[in-house]
Write a protein that binds this ligand. Structure first.
Ligand code: GDP
Length: 198
């Protein structure tokens, strides 16, 4: 089933440009190239959502999509691209940390992580910003189709271990395997999203 997505609502480069903080929204974050756009498209069962394909590191905005009445999916700008200017990185940090910490209608965060790479310190930074709100976060270990069964299982265990050891004070963080190519984990992730937005 595809979502009745998705009118593009708005893009924000500054906090003042965010849409009204009403209703419920979920945000998607991840390193550049981790597979965020592909994951969102797989979750909506659409090949080409309004998610523009982008040059990594280009100035990026927070993009809001309507998925129902006062329900939004939020695409956060990717991070971790080495060639981004320091000033842009700082702006990203200020915008994203403020958004994650203060946005009332934001009820959960989906973190997109390449299953071959695992959780990196930058991903941890987002977890650290958001977790004190007490709201749930969920990691999608994507591109799992590129791993064999054993390696995929290992990737899941590694991420669970990292969360249980380095981020043990944030028990509201869960994790699953995912693939935008063979749709592994799409149903699981969608049922979580539906729960969050209901
Ligand atoms: P973003 O920068 O995080 O939005 O990443 P994209 O969704 O643009 O994906 C980056 C690259 O990884 C593209 O070449 C995708 O085709 C590829 N990719 C994304 N998800 C998957 C996946 O689940 N499996 C495989 N095999 N490749 C993927």
């Amino acid at each position: 089933m595809s979502h009745p997505l998705a009118a593009f609502v708005s893009a924000a480069y500054r906090l003042e440009e965010l849409p009204l903080d009403r209703g419920r929204e979920v945000a998607f974050a991840g390193r550049s190239n981790a597979g965020k756009s592909s994951a969102i498209n797989a979750l909506t069962h659409r090949k080409k959502l309004a998610f523009v394909s982008k040059t990594p590191g280009r100035t990026q905005t927070i993009n809001f999509f309507d998925v129902g009445r006062e329900r939004r999916w939020v695409d956060l700008p990717g991070y971790g691209y080495a060639k981004v200017a320091k000033q842009e990185r700082e702006h990203w940090g200020e915008l994203i940390s403020a958004y994650l910490m203060s946005r009332k209608s934001l009820i959960g965060l989906i973190l997109i992580v390449d299953s071959r790479r695992g959780l990196t310190p930058l991903d941890g930074q987002l977890i650290e910003w958001f977790a004190p709100t007490g709201k749930p976060q969920h990691v999608l270990l994507t591109k799992s189709d590129k791993l064999g069964q054993r390696a995929a299982a290992q990737s899941l265990r590694d991420a669970e271990n990292t969360l249980a050891t380095q981020y043990s004070r944030f028990p509201q963080c869960t994790v699953q395997l995912f693939s935008a190519h063979n749709y592994r984990g799409v149903a699981q992730a969608n049922s979580l999203l539906a729960q969050w937005l209901t």
